[in-house]
Design a protein around this ligand. Structure first.
Ligand SMILES: Nc1nc2c(c(=O)[nH]1)N[C@H]1C(S)=C(S)[C@@H](COP(=O)(O)OP(=O)(O)OC[C@H]3O[C@@H](n4cnc5c(=O)[nH]c(N)nc54)[C@H](O)[C@@H]3O)O[C@H]1N2
Ligand SMILES: Nc1nc2c(c(=O)[nH]1)N[C@H]1C(S)=C(S)[C@@H](COP(=O)(O)OP(=O)(O)OC[C@H]3O[C@@H](n4cnc5c(=O)[nH]c(N)nc54)[C@H](O)[C@@H]3O)O[C@H]1N2
Ligand code: SF4
Ligand SMILES: [Mo]
Length: 695
């Protein structure tokens, strides 16, 4: 029998809408949801490989409890009841000794479907919820919050109607989301310009109208000079600036020394390119998008860099503008009622999250700060964290072995909730297997934007193994801990009905196209109606929030240290590849066949000096780790940097296709998890040097 249904892709965190075909209870086709503009049947290679994740024998199949030493890979199969009981008892022991707050949960961002794990954490009385954001987009999020009062998920980019895009290492055609990549291509085919800055020629660089190779870590200098020219030459949108920006005189004063000639020395980009870009952007304004990035946990100055990019958008009047940046509207703003939150049924914990003790000088609100979590596990300060739940996240795959060891030493309980044998699961005490996205229902999620839209993930077939959906896992755990009353859900429909109560929307409505929009047309404000969510309702260069928290609103540019190239020292940078997601897809049968391992990009002139030829096996090392990798000698990378694709060298032997293949960049990040970026305190992953030599 044939059937077809709409759902949501789960091969990365973008969550593209999909249509799935099932014949005789076997999935034989997945495509992008044809009803959704910008998607229209398309999927990326990873999305299409969902089928091979589903039918892969080398994934988690049943709950497991560790029986050998941590990291030995010795587990016994357990029933769900047994696993829940084991975890509940461990929670009881930890909480009676160290208090309720000594348990923490970290996930890949609560995002669209992630509320359920927070409900569980709250029901056991702990405030310690964390997400991966510090290592991803938090700089951009905080930069938006300080300037506009909106967070990063509340700002969208109208690529299809833009005239000029500027990307700073935002490798959008390779580190991709399908809709965004399609819209960028559409803009380019309509004649829009793309100015792209990177230390290397990425896939996106090959499609750019202008590629500017920049010295690593100096984008901030480039932007300061761009602001300088735009202000000096009166190239800004005067009406927008006068109505909406506060702090312009202070900005003008701060920016004075940062001329294009000065920036040329820092960035290596000729000053005339900066002047030319300023003029082009001014001519194309307000339909311009300067993209402050996605993965922004890069350099010490990245929070201020992101602020400078948002300020550039504001100067060019591109905010809440067709072809520019578009602000998300709440359900209330579009005249609808939003989803009910399951969290509201559980009393909020009285105690404070670990990093909330930080106080002044600290901009974080929302989810916790993972660097502080790591620190608390290692040191017991400001109070001990003894139990950790890791959900849909694999932090152990991206850090050094020493860091893993220190975290393990600090923990009495580590629970991994994953679909795969992740590195974190490998070291865990209990492994709870979640059904894949094709075998489970999730909570209803809301996609933010000018037209807020509800989306639903539905299971296409029943689980193939002894796995459960996350709502079942967390309600099961809550029951075992004696807090079942907070999560009284017997079926996913109980949850959906509760979420939808009072909205007038019925579950069946999702069947038609897979989505339910909360309004007919996107809502955009005219300049007369536009208000920002800051205290002054304007774009605050002298952010009140920063003043309140005693964080300086400007940062002087400091030249990044230069590696000693002649001695084989380089800055290590890395990024995503189109056919893999971070650390999770390298064992996927199809994707593994396409790209099974990574290599190390190195500049051809420098390679020559070091006697390295294309294809040679070379040794790379940090102070405490070394590995061998194949050299990719190329003119298309800045001489100060070497580059590799992220997430290879899986350490878990159960995953036979990817086991030991390639090199894991995370093992070279010595000290990275103690560094915190200026102003934002977020993670900093691109400030490490490594040594390279012929093996
Ligand atoms: N295929 C695929 N797509 C994904 C993901 C995935 O895992 N796989 N993950 C998603 C996620 S979570 C994220 S955060 C995004 C990340 O998307 P991006 O932010 O685009 O991140 P990266 O792939 O890390 O690309 C970083 C780029 O920065 C360049 N770079 C390094 N140093 C500098 C510098 O100093 N200046 C400039 N201008 N460039 C520099 C690198 O050479 C690289 O090309 O991708 C998302 N999309
Ligand atoms: N060294 C290093 N560290 C980094 C980065 C880097 O480039 N290098 N990048 C940073 C960035 S931008 C990000 S976004 C993070 C990403 O890092 P991670 O979030 O750790 O990477 P992913 O591979 O996306 O997935 C994490 C885990 O989720 C599991 N998973 C996938 N689908 C499901 C599901 O449906 N249910 C459950 N329960 N689990 C699932 C996967 O099997 C995998 O084990 O890493 C950050 N840290
Ligand atoms: S970008 Fe690709 S992997 Fe990610 S959700 Fe969309 S189709 Fe799936
Ligand atoms: Mo990310």
């Amino acid at each position: 029998m044939n059937r077809s249904l709409y759902s949501v892709c789960g091969m990365c965190s973008v969550r593209c809408p999909i249509r799935v075909e099932v014949t005789d209870e076997r999935i034989n086709w997945i495509e992008g949801n044809p009803n959704v503009p910008g998607i229209e049947h398309s999927l990326c290679a990873r999305g299409s490989s969902g089928i091979s994740l589903l039918y892969d024998f080398e994934r988690l199949q049943y709950p497991m409890i560790r029986i050998g030493p941590r990291g030995s890979g010795q587990f016994k199969r357990a029933s769900w009841e047994e696993a829940f009981k084991y975890v509940a008892e461990a929670i009881g022991n930890i909480q009676s000794q160290y208090g309720k707050k000594s348990l923490a949960l970290v996930d890949r961002g609560a995002g669209l479907f992630g509320e359920i794990q927070r409900v569980f954490l709250r029901s056991i009385g702990s405030p310690n919820y964390f997400s991966h954001d510090d290592f991803c987009r938090k700089n951009v999020d905080l930069a938006y919050q300080t300037l506009l009062g909106y967070g990063r998920p509340e700002v969208g980019y109208d690529f299809s109607n833009t005239k000029h895009m500027v990307f700073y290492g935002r490798n959008a055609l390779e580190s991709l989301g399908v809709r965004e990549a399609n819209n960028i291509i559409k803009a380019l085919s309509n004649g829009a310009r793309l100015t792209y800055l990177d230390v290397r020629v990425s896939k996106t660089a090959t499609k750019a109208t202008k590629f500017l190779q920049i010295r690593p870590g100096t984008d901030y200098a480039f932007n300061l000079a761009l602001i300088h020219v735009i202000l000096r030459e009166n190239l800004f949108d005067r009406e927008f600036v006068e109505r909406f920006i506060t702090g312009l005189p202070e900005l003008e004063n701060f920016i004075k020394p940062y001329t294009p000639d000065w920036a040329e020395k820092e960035t290596g980009i000729p000053s005339y390119e900066i002047v030319e870009l300023a003029k082009q952007l001014s001519a194309d304004k307000p339909k311009v998008i300067l993209y402050p990035g996605w993965f922004a946990a890069r350099t010490m100055n990245y929070f201020y860099n992101a602020r400078s990019i948002i300020i550039l958008n504001a100067l060019l009047g591109s905010i809440e503008q067709k072809g520019g940046l578009i602000l998300a509207k709440t359900p209330k703003e579009v005249g609808a009622k939003g989803l009910n939150s399951l969290l509201e049924r559980v009393p909020a914990p009285q105690e404070k999250r670990i990093e909330a003790e930080e106080g002044e000088g600290f901009l974080y609100d929302g989810a916790g700060h993972i660097l502080h979590l790591f620190r608390a596990i290692k040191t017991g300060q400001p109070y001990p964290i003894k139990g950790l739940f890791v959900m849909r996240y694999d932090p152990f795959a991206g850090i050094t072995h020493k860091d893993i060891q220190e975290l393990l030493n600090g923990l009495d309980l580590l629970v991994a909730i994953d679909t795969n044998y992740s590195s974190t699961a490998w070291y865990a005490d209990v492994v709870l297997p979640e059904s894949t996205y094709l075998e489970r229902d999730d909570m209803i999620g809301m996609q933010r934007g000018a037209k807020p839209t509800l989306i639903m993930r539905r299971k296409a077939i029943n689980p193939l193994y002894d796995t459960k959906g996350k709502w079942e896992i967390f309600t099961g755990l809550a029951k075992a801990c004696g807090f079942g009353d907070y999560m009284p859900y017997e079926s996913i429909e109980d949850i959906w009905n509760y979420q939808l109560e009072g909205t007038g929307i019925k579950i069946e409505e999702f069947e038609k196209t897979g989505q339910v929009a909360l309004c007919k047309d996107p809502l955009m404000y005219s300049r007369d109606d536009l208000r920002f969510k800051t205290k002054s309702q304007k774009i605050e260069i002298l952010s009140e929030k920063m003043v309140e928290r005693e964080v300086p609103y400007f940062l002087e540019f400091q030249s990044p240290p230069k590696p000693d190239i002649e001695k084989g020292e380089f800055k290590l940078v890395f990024g995503r590849i189109a056919v893999h997601t971070h650390v999770q897809t390298h064992n996927n049968k199809y994707l593994n066949e396409i790209i099974p391992e990574n290599d190390l990009w190195i500049n051809d002139q420098v390679a020559k000096q070091l006697g390295i030829k294309d294809g040679d096996i070379i040794e790379i090392s940090s102070d405490d780790y070394s590995a061998k990798i194949r050299a990719k000698v190329t003119p298309f990378i800045h001489p100060e940097t070497v580059f590799m694709y992220r997430g290879f060298e899986n350490e878990v032997p159960f995953k036979t296709r990817s086991f030991g293949k390639g090199v894991n960049e995370g093992r070279f990040l010595k000290g990275a998890f103690e560094k915190m970026a200026y102003g934002s305190h977020t993670g900093v992953l691109f400030e490490n040097f490594i040594k390279v030599r012929k093996a």
